[in-house]
Design a protein around this ligand. Sequence first.
Ligand code: 8IG
Length: 275
Amino acid sequence: MTTATHPLDPPADPFEVATRAAEDIARLTGVDRHDIAVTLGSGWGRAAELLGETTATIPATEVTGFSSPALAGHVGTLRSVRTPGGSRVLVIGARTHYYEGHGVRRVVHSVRTAAATGAKTMVLTNGAGGVKESWSPGQPVLISDHINLTADSPLEGATFVDLTDLYSPRLRALARGVDASLDEGVYCQFRGPHYETPAEVQMAKAIGGHICGMSTALEAIAAREAGMEVLGFSLITNLAAGISPEPLSHAEVIEAGRAAEGRISQLLADVIGRI
Ligand code: 8IG
């Protein structure tokens, strides 16, 4: 019997794999270096069209480390977009979630690859549950900080990375310059894929959390390690369990994302245009 292997499995060096992935992207897009990278989460999918001209779209399966020989199926696309201002944006529509269970190296590979393409800014977006009663489904908010509840880290060995101001105050101010009504909150990354119990949401609230999600925090840590400036947005697609009397439904989440998509995609494009 043979065991399926993946390019990121030890003893591979994940940074060397990211460098190879960046070379694949340069070859397949014809763009040697990217300036900004953005990961599109639930509800944010239309932003790419508004950012500028898409000069290349490539299946993520063509890029080293994004595909698993053991896993058939769809892992999304990567796009190269040129903004009206001439910046090159790498749009990542292929997020690997921690709950998939393939380990944190695969979760942060897109971020390390983005850094290896030259990107100095990492914009992370997601759909998430809101803990603040004042928020409504369909509302975008800025991530001001996070609480990583996965008990895991993308850093290996004695890599002591400072996470003060991880979510760049400069970029949050720039985003507020585009939309002064943007609120912000602390993002709690749960493992998922189940949603929280109402008691867990109360815990998140008690420890200072405002947003419940299943991505982003581990990616932000990897982006900081790589020296990137991080901007994070959550689309509140639902109130977290127990905050509203209604139970959570995946259909509700999808619908809130769809309804907000045009507006938040424009917001994201405007913010990225100013970076
Ligand atoms: I969309 O309520 C979405 N993603 N953990 N909790 C968590 N993740 C989410 C939620 C939520 N909504």
